[in-house]
Design a protein around this ligand. Structure first.
Ligand code: SF4
Length: 462
């Protein structure tokens, strides 16, 4: 089972720590369907060397858009040796005809139903060329083969996913294409999720779910069940889920210390253009205040170059994020991924400039923007990163918190993430990521300020 590295591996933009965060959880989940007598190896090319001199019966490769060319070369190599090759993942589901040229079997959509079916077929010698997921459930999921994960190679080996998909339909997102033809948002049983959490060693967890708070009933039961487990965790949410009810307070009580939020844009035109309904008209400031009161750090995501954006979007966004005390930000150049609604729009308007998937990494401009030139988009994006992570702005942003403890932790977290590359590289090369994990836990932790119940109720009413 192979996770080929993304195109940027080995380029000057390559940040080893960024790809030493999470193990290949999807492949480890599928490996759980193998028989106990099967001999399997899980290789993540981001953190280890892929040896190509073996001849396994079966090669399973997960493909992302910017790893596609590398994945296809690996697939062709093994097929030339007579190995049976399967390809699956987001890019394969987006462009099955392209992927099928390099595989014996391809998998469209999530694999929990189709992969065990394929294994039965394969053992009987009747494997099909295409498996399409239509039944979507996380019931009776066998325990993930975490024994195949080389924990020492990752800063966050305890990544976990307890839901699939998301209830929303942003036009630039892969989600609708990946889940087409079946349910596009579903959860594990709470007991199963809690059992999986319980199996994980250590303290820190990272939920990789697209929207951990997406099903309020599930999330409430999960957070209530986690309360008292002594975990610290990070996860993702939409802005409206943070404003609604008391889910976020329950998450904080259960140990949430940082949240990834797709703010994407400060402009309603750009949000409407992307069908980001869950953001339109929401009070971002209130989201931030609420999280700050709970001591939850914010990792904000922003997209530049959407129709509706003008050349002042870069400075405005960075100024806003810094003035609000956002801890970390990821900026992206808008990228119309194939099979998304956004891609169809750009294609229909003749605005796509290339089908070189290596460039679809949200760092390059692959379409004709509307409100600015391609050069303005590219340079504005680069400037946004430089400005947000300048020492001056890291300091300024950290000072926005009322609480001294939070100010210090913000500064340590943000500068640790973006300004300590040699330290991370040394830790990776010297096998010290486990020790760094402890530092991460200390930086994330910190007693949260108790949100006063009258504050919470005021927010709920609002
Ligand atoms: S909220 Fe996030 S995961 Fe859901 S559709 Fe939008 S971008 Fe995709």
């Amino acid at each position: 089972m192979i996770l080929p590295s993304l195109q940027e591996a080995g380029t000057p933009e390559w940040r080893p720590i960024k790809y030493s965060l999470f193990p290949p959880l999807g492949l480890a989940t599928l490996a759980a369907y193998l028989d106990s007598g099967d001999n399997v190896e899980l290789v993540d090319q981001h953190v280890e060397t892929l040896k190509l001199d073996d001849e396994p019966d079966l090669v399973i490769i997960q493909v992302y858009i910017t790893s596609a060319s590398r994945a296809y070369a690996i697939a062709d190599h093994y097929r030339a040796k007579g190995c049976y090759v399967c390809l699956g993942g987001l890019h394969v589901t987006s462009l099955p005809e392209e992927a099928a040229l390099h595989a014996d079997s391809i998998f469209l959509g999530p694999g929990e139903e189709t992969f065990p079916q394929f294994l039965d077929d394969f053992r009987m010698g009747v494997a099909q060329s295409r498996y399409f997921s239509s039944v979507r459930t996380l019931e009776k999921l066998p325990p993930i083969r975490r024994d195949l994960i080389k924990r020492e190679k990752y800063l966050v080996p305890n990544s976990i996913v307890v839901t699939r998909g998301c209830p929303y339909h942003c036009t630039f997102c892969y989600k609708d294409a990946f889940f087409e033809g079946g349910k596009s948002f579903y959860t594990q049983r709470v007991d199963d999720a809690l059992a999986e959490i319980d199996r994980l060693p250590g303290k820190h967890l990272y939920f990789l779910d697209d929207h951990l708070l997406g099903d309020p009933r599930f999330a409430k039961a999960l957070f209530d069940g986690m309360k008292g487990m002594g975990r610290l965790f990070q996860g993702a949410s939409t802005v409206n889920a943070i404003l609604k009810g008391d889910l976020i307070e329950r998450a904080a009580d259960a140990g949430m210390r940082s949240v990834f939020i797709g703010f994407e844009s400060l402009g309603n035109n750009s949000l409407a253009f992307s069908n980001k309904q869950q953001n339109i008209g929401r009070d971002y400031d209130k989201v931030i205040r609420r999280l700050d009161d709970l001591g939850i750090k914010i990792n904000a995501s922003f997209v530049f170059g959407l129709d509706g954006d003008t050349p002042d979007v870069f400075d405005q966004t960075v100024d806003w994020a810094v003035s609000k005390g956002i801890t970390t930000s990821t900026f992206h150049i808008a990228t119309p991924y194939p099979s998304t609604e956004y891609y169809r729009q750009m294609q229909a308007q003749g605005r796509l400039m290339t089908n070189n998937w290596d460039l679809y990494d949200t760092r390059n401009v692959v379409f004709e923007p509307k409100g600015m030139t391609q050069e303005q988009l590219k340079s504005g994006y680069e400037r946004a990163y430089q400005d947000f992570y300048s020492w001056k702005n890291i300091y300024r942003s950290s000072q926005q918190h009322a609480n001294l403890n939070q100010r210090f932790r913000h500064f340590a977290y943000s500068s640790g993430w973006k300004k300590m590359e040699p330290v991370w590289n040394y830790a990776i090369q010297s096998g010290l990521l486990e020790k760094m994990r402890k530092v991460l836990e200390i930086t994330l932790d910190g007693k949260q300020k108790e949100a006063r119940s009258d504050d919470v109720h005021t927010l709920q009413r609002e």
